[in-house]
Design a protein around this ligand. Structure first.
Ligand SMILES: *[C@@H]1O[C@H](CO)[C@@H](O)[C@H](O)[C@H]1NC(C)=O
Ligand SMILES: *[C@@H]1O[C@H](CO)[C@@H](O)[C@H](O)[C@H]1NC(C)=O
Ligand SMILES: *[C@@H]1O[C@H](CO)[C@@H](O)[C@H](O)[C@H]1NC(C)=O
Ligand SMILES: *[C@@H]1O[C@H](CO)[C@@H](O)[C@H](O)[C@H]1NC(C)=O
Ligand SMILES: *[C@@H]1O[C@H](CO)[C@@H](O)[C@H](O)[C@H]1NC(C)=O
Length: 549
């Protein structure tokens, strides 16, 4: 073979150069358990290459990302790339409805392109309650050099992954949920896996040169609580939110709900010393606070013990949401330019009201959307669909678009799969009749977050929508007894997870899948299944369908 093979390889290399193929980034991850004491008590955590949190993925728009993951846990594992839209490629989305998990002791390689996106995102393990043990990390998508960014290049960029934290293991938390108990309240808040002790011995998380401006990419990767983020003595200029350049307002603090991300600019223009960055729980009876240190390079004093107060109440947070505006004049990579401009003028072809509910019965808790509490199927929904055996695994349209209260509160347990016609422009209303906050995330898409309002939604509330410059983002909170409205064009074919980011709710059924299919089975609309795709359930031994052409 030798010479022929080499020639073929050379030709392939040449071809890819000629085609100007986008660069590849390769990662190899060893995912294992380890013992750390982030809150002073030794506990089991999930490490990636020995690190907690995991390494940052630093990519640029259109890069091809290849992550070869070795699962050295004792449980099946999946990773999801939160906010990466996976155009035509729900094959790599890494949630149980699209992918078979990576078995313990084996490896699997995710391959995806961060196509036409910019911004600050993160990744995490989507299986069981794994996220409660770590395995998360930052994922940046930098703008390509050709495309101007609406602010000066910062001196450096720092990733902040902050979260509420439990000292119990993910297995214990899962057992609680399986046995009808709640996971209760977290024990603390971590910033990049740590909480500064304030004993004078804390190492700084980041350093800043005097007079320079830095970009902080901040995500709430927690499992339950909204967090308020602030930096002692410094204001922050918001520049990006979940993939969109935004109007650059200055904030003393920002509320980030579970699954939300922002980028802010911070200038080191204060007295040279250490300062605390602070993350504290919002809307909780007792406030938990996590701290980390940033150090001026010319500083020689520790941080003041005066921690700036967090805001209180919902109204503040709602007002802050209303202050977020998309920068309409900033150019940036966008997956869907047609659907991006003048979204307020596109005809809505379907309105879906999603109402969350909970049932506590016979020592069990189930959370639901429109009366259906989702359970994962042994055969991932996407594979069942691809192999043409969907009818053996689940039923489409398991919920109604506009369910009466009787349906919402009569909870059924089954796979929850909604189908939406390719390219339809859809309005989704999230109604939260409960007393706790919701945070919803949709995989595969960004949506325009046009409104959050108190009360219940009705069509005449559309006059309150921001129809001009709402931020295109991937996660939206719904305050208690409020509704939120988002709009989007379903132009990305695949099977996409819509989930409550509150891990407890999601684990106990508050999620669904949206199937966007085209009958053509064409490569124009969706990539075909790769040979290496993991198979499980009833498709494992079925003949492979012909690939898309
Ligand atoms: C992965 O990490 C575990 C735990 O640190 C270690 O025992 C194992 O040797 C590592 N495997 C590889 C392939 O590096
Ligand atoms: C991230 O990637 C960009 C673009 O390639 C590069 O300029 C920057 O130095 C990288 N940052 C880190 C921390 O690796
Ligand atoms: C497992 O890792 C090896 C390299 O160590 C790689 O050659 C192989 O393709 C990986 N398998 C999968 C299914 O990704
Ligand atoms: C929006 O982006 C433009 C173009 O890059 C920039 O000049 C402008 O300052 C930004 N506007 C706001 C309000 O942030
Ligand atoms: C959902 O998909 C099924 C099966 O392909 C089809 O019969 C049904 O018409 C679809 N419904 C909608 C609303 O697209």
């Amino acid at each position: 073979m030798a010479i022929g093979g080499i020639i073929v390889v050379l030709l392939l290399c040449l071809l890819s150069v000629v085609r100007g193929e986008d660069p590849y980034l390769f990662f190899t991850w060893n995912v294992s358990y380890g013992t750390l004491s982030p809150l002073g008590i030794p506990q089991q955590v999930i490490l990636i290459n020995g690190k907690f949190p995991g390494p940052n993925i630093n990519s640029t728009s259109n890069n091809n990302v290849v992550v070869n993951i070795f699962n050295n846990l004792d449980e099946p594992l999946l990773f999801t790339w939160h906010g990466v839209q996976q155009r035509k490629n729900s094959w790599q989305d890494g949630v149980p409805g699209t992918n078979c998990p990576i078995s313990p002791g084996t490896n699997y390689t995710y391959r995806f392109q961060v196509k036409d996106q910019i911004g600050s995102f993160f990744y995490y393990p989507s299986t069981g309650m794994h996220r409660a043990a770590g395995g998360f990390g930052g994922l940046r998508i930098n703008s390509r050099l050709l495309i101007p960014v609406p602010y000066h290049d910062p001196e450096d960029e720092y990733t902040v992954v902050m979260c509420d934290w439990y000292t119990k293991s993910h297995t214990t938390l899962k057992k609680f949920l399986d046995s009808g108990r709640s996971i209760g309240r977290p024990e603390g808040v971590l910033i990049n896996g740590k909480n500064a002790k304030g004993d004078g011995k804390d190492e700084p998380l980041f350093t800043m040169k005097p007079g320079k401006t830095y970009k902080y990419r901040v995500c709430n990767v927690g499992i339950k609580n909204s967090l308020n983020f602030r930096i002692q003595g410094h204001s922050m200029t918001l520049v990006e939110m979940e993939g969109s350049h935004v109007v650059q307002n200055a904030y003393d603090s920002l509320d980030l709900h579970v699954g939300g991300c922002v980028s802010v600019l911070v200038t080191a223009d204060k007295e040279p010393k250490d300062y605390y960055i602070v993350a504290s729980t919002r809307f909780t009876k007792s406030v938990l606070t996590g701290k980390g240190i940033i150090r001026y390079t010319n500083g020689n004093a520790g941080p003041s013990s005066d921690i700036p107060e967090a805001p209180t109440g919902w109204a503040w947070s709602l007002n802050q949401f209303r202050s977020f505006r998309w920068n309409l004049t900033a150019s940036a990579a966008r997956p869907n330019p047609q659907g991006s401009y003048k979204y307020g003028k596109i005809d809505i072809t379907r309105t879906i009201r999603i109402v969350n509910s909970v049932k506590r019965e016979q020592g069990k808790i189930r959370y639901a959307l429109n009366g259906v509490s989702h359970v994962d199927t042994e055969t991932p929904l996407k594979l069942a669909e691809y192999y043409g055996v969907a009818d053996k695994v689940f039923q489409y349209n398991s919920i109604q678009d506009d369910p009466p209260a009787s349906v919402v509160n009569n909870i059924e347990i089954k796979a929850n799969v909604l189908n939406i016609t390719h390219r339809k422009f859809v309005e989704i209303i999230f109604e939260n009749p409960e007393k706790s906050i919701q945070s919803y995330h949709l995989n595969g898409y960004a949506f325009f977050a046009v409104a959050i309002e108190p009360g219940t939604w009705a069509p005449d509330k559309r006059i309150n929508y921001n129809a001009l410059d709402a931020v295109s983002r991937h996660t939206i909170q719904v305050f208690p007894k409020c509704w939120a409205a988002v709009m989007l064009s379903f132009d990305n074919v695949g099977m996409w997870n819509l989930r409550s980011m509150i891990a407890e709710n999601q684990y106990l059924g508050q999620q669904l899948y949206i199937s966007v299919i085209t009958p053509e089975r064409s490569l124009r609309d969706e990539y075909t299944m790769r040979d290496e795709q993991l198979l499980c359930g009833i498709v494992k031994d079925l003949p492979r369908p012909p690939p898309y052409v």
